[in-house]
Design a protein around this ligand. Structure first.
Ligand code: HPA
Length: 407
C-alpha cells in the first residue's frame, strides 16, 4: 500500500490544477503487477478536465492491461481524497468488488475501502458514514503559497541548531508532515517544522527537525528532499551535529563536508523509482565543489574558521564504540554522524546541488571526552548555532548574488 501511495504522491506533483488548486495523484496496480500513474489535468471548460484516477486508468488501458488489483488516490486537502462518483463508476468497470482503494491527503491519515464499499456513494470517504462530502473542497494550501514565493535554497537543520531560524526574515511556518508523508517527530531537538522566508535576500525553505534513518523509514529522507525540490529549491544545505574523529576536530569546529562514507547499511533510493533516468545517481561530486568554495569564502566574510573533512554516516541511534571509531578513522572518516548521507544521496537523485556543514559537538567515542549523550549534543549544538547562523547568512548573501558578484 505505501509504495502505491508514494507513487500517487509523486505524480500528484505533475497535476495541472490552476482552477481548483486541488492537486490529485492516482496510482493503480494492474493485475500484471505494473503500476500506472496519473494526475488531474484541468481545463477552463471544467467538464473537459481529467481526474487523476481516469488519467491513470487510461494509461493502464493504453498499456494493454484490463484489470485493476489496487488503487491509491492522494489529494492536496487535509482529509483523505476519494475518487469522485464518475471515477468510481469507471474504475468499477475494471476492478472487482474487493479491490482495495487507499485514500490519502496532506495529513498522515489514510483510509482504505473496497471498490464495492465506495461504488454506491457519489463522493468522499466521509460519505461512507452518510456525512456530507469534503472531496474536491478548495483548500487554502500553504504549500502552494510557498511555491509561489520560490525558495531557492533548502536548508536542513541538525540537532540543537534551531537558532539559525532566527536569521530568517518574513518567516512563515508550515507543518510539513502531511504533504511529504513524513512521520511525526520522535526525537527531542527535532520538532518538525518548515520555515520559509529570506536570509540575506535569498528565498529559503528551512526544515527544522530532519527525519533520521534510525526512525525506521528509510525512504523518508527522499520525501523530505523531494518536498524541498518540489517547492522550487535548486540548492540544498544540510547541517548536522557530529562527533569529531580527526585529532584537530574539537567541539565547536565547523566542518565543510567534502565527501562521505555511507556506513548506514541503507540507501533512501531503494525501492521503485518513477524516473529511470535518475535510478543510478552519480555521487562523484555529491558535495558540490563550487559550493564548498563558496562556503570557504562565506566563512572568511563572516570571520570564521572552517575545516574540511569526510563525513562517516552511521545508522545510530546508539553512539559508536571506541573500536568502531578506530575503524572509521582508518576508513578515512573525519567526523561521524547519524544524518546527512541519506539526504545527500536523495538530493543527488533529485538533481539538487548540495553542500553540507557538520558542527562538531563532541569528540567521538574513545577519541577523548567522556560519556556521550543526546542532551550534550543539543547543548553543544545550541552553543555553535550563532556561528553557524552567521556562516549561513554569509553563504546566502553570496548565493543571492550568484551570477552577479557572488563568486
Ligand atoms: N556519533 C554519532 N553521531 C553523533 C555524534 C557521535 O559522536 N555526535 C553527534 N552526533
Amino acid at each position: 500500500m505505501s509504495v502505491l501511495i508514494e507513487a500517487a504522491r509523486r505524480v500528484q506533483r505533475q497535476a495541472y490544477a490552476p482552477y481548483s488548486g486541488f492537486r490529485v495523484g492516482c496510482a493503480l496496480r494492474g493485475s500484471g503487477g505494473r503500476i500506472f500513474v496519473g494526475a488531474n489535468v484541468e481545463n477552463a471548460a471544467y467538464p473537459l478536465g481529467h481526474c487523476a484516477e481516469r488519467s491513470a486508468l487510461l494509461a493502464m488501458i493504453a498499456a494493454g492491461e484490463t484489470r485493476i488489483a489496487e488503487v491509491a488516490v492522494v489529494g492536496s486537502g487535509d482529509a483523505p481524497c476519494a475518487p469522485c462518483g464518475g471515477c468510481r463508476q469507471m474504475l468499477s468497470e475494471f476492478a472487482a468488488a474487493d479491490v482495495p482503494i487507499h485514500m490519502a491527503g496532506r495529513g498522515v491519515e489514510t483510509r482504505s475501502a473496497t471498490m464495492a464499499e465506495l461504488l454506491p456513494f457519489a463522493f468522499g470517504p466521509a460519505d461512507l458514514d452518510g456525512a456530507p462530502s469534503r472531496v474536491h473542497a478548495q483548500e487554502n494550501d500553504p504549500f502552494e503559497r510557498t511555491r509561489a514565493t520560490g525558495p531557492r535554497l533548502g536548508i536542513v537543520l541538525g540537532s540543537g541548531l534551531a537558532a539559525v531560524i532566527a536569521a530568517i526574515e518574513d518567516r512563515r511556518t508550515i507543518d510539513p508532515s502531511g504533504p511529504a508523508g513524513l512521520p511525526p517527530p520522535s526525537v527531542e531537538g527535532h520538532a518538525r517544522r518548515l520555515h520559509t522566508g529570506t536570509i540575506a535576500g535569498l528565498p529559503v525553505a528551512c526544515l527544522e527537525g530532519r527525519v533520521h534513518l534510525y526512525e525506521g523509514d528509510a525512504a523518508a529522507p527522499l520525501r523530505l528532499v523531494r518536498l524541498l525540490h518540489d517547492l522550487g529549491c535548486e540548492t540544498l544545505l544540510v547541517t548536522s551535529a557530529v562527533g569529531g574523529i580527526r585529532d584537530d576536530l574539537e567541539p565547536g569546529a565547523i566542518v565543510v563536508v567534502d565527501d562521505h562514507l555511507n556506513l548506514t547499511g541503507q540507501n533512501p533510493l531503494v525501492g521503485a523509482d518513477d524516473d529511470p533516468d535518475r535510478r543510478f545517481p552519480d555521487m562523484t561530486a555529491a558535495y558540490d565543489p563550487l559550493l564548498r568554495e563558496v562556503l570557504d569564502r562565506s566563512a572568511r566574510d563572516a570571520g570564521l574558521d572552517v575545516a574540511h573533512g569526510v563525513f562517516a554516516g552511521v545508522l545510530g541511534p546508539s553512539f559508536e564504540t571506541p573500536a568502531e571509531i578506530a575503524m572509521l578513522r582508518r576508513l578515512g572518516g573525519d567526523v561521524v554522524g547519524m544524518s546527512t548521507v541519506a539526504e545527500t544521496i536523495a538530493a543527488a537523485r533529485c538533481g539538487l546541488r548540495t553542500a553540507a556543514l557538520a558542527i562538531v559537538v563532541n569528540r567521538a567515542a574513545g577519541a577523548g571526552g567522556g560519556t556521550l549523550t543526546h542532551a550534550h549534543t543539543l547543548a553543544e549544538g545550541d552553543r555553535a548555532a550563532p556561528r553557524l547562523a552567521a556562516l549561513i547568512e554569509a553563504f546566502c548573501r553570496r548565493l543571492a548574488n550568484e551570477g552577479k558578484d557572488g563568486r
